[in-house]
Design a protein. Sequence first.
Length: 328
Amino acid sequence: MTRVTAFGRLHFGFCNLSLAHERLYGALGVALNAPELVVDIVPDDAVTVDLAAGVDARAETVREYAARATELLDVPGARVRVESSLPRHMGLGSGTQLALSVFTGVALAYDRAPDVRANAPALGRGGRSGVGVAAFESGGFVLDAGHPTARFTADRPADGEWDVPAVAAAHRLPDDWRFLVVLPDAAPGKSDADEDASMRAAVERADPTIADRVAGTVVREVLPAVAADAPERFGEAVAEIGRLNGAWYADEQGGVYRPPVGELVASLSDAPSVYGAGQSSWGPAVYGVTDAARADAAQEAGETALAAAGLDGDVFVSVPRNVGARIE
């Protein structure tokens, strides 16, 4: 049996959504050490799927990924059991981590060397952001290079007809950094055709001057903060990236942040224990940047924010994960 354990990630936003610039997308994010997804796989004559109790995954989706993996690897089948999963469509990268975990497990079950970066496009992953693939590969903080605008229009190419964006910058994050995650009980974030339509609309009307402001924030604030081990500056910088991205998405999600994220972000931004807060991907996951000394206070701030908004949900604090998926 091969066991693959993958982990959640935060997506802070894109560097550019305007077709007026040379490169499109270019994402920033970090790998977390929680929550985790665990997949067990053994060779078999056909594809079968088993979900443990409480797993937030669709058997049909797992089966599709497993079947595609067997086709790409030219093997007869696999028995796949999902022991635990990431919350689906919450902004933590569940789709990419599941697809790559299943592919990796099938490959290793047959003693094949998995090349997740080369095969991710055929699994429908990495079409815009490369953060999820890079997080699976090596963890840490990731800035990807985006896609050539000449090849990407407002519509994403068909699955397999792109390369996963190259990693432009990657850094190991300090061990005492922490990331607060608040998962409100709210409607899932956009995915599949709904996400494609919203991204198309955002790209078609994206203000190119916002990309210039994002670029300045990345170069002058985000990257120096990582290099200098300055979580306060990092939190403020990625929060600004999120606000700028929200200007692109406002018409698609009902504001700079999708409801009810804005109320949570505002509450966390006032908490002394949180250095910066924002929305991960399409949400509704909300993140806050903090450190080990303030982690307990940040957790309390997250719980207070939920209560003030009249929402139920989950709150946890994760250390950054500076290595990729775990293989056993």
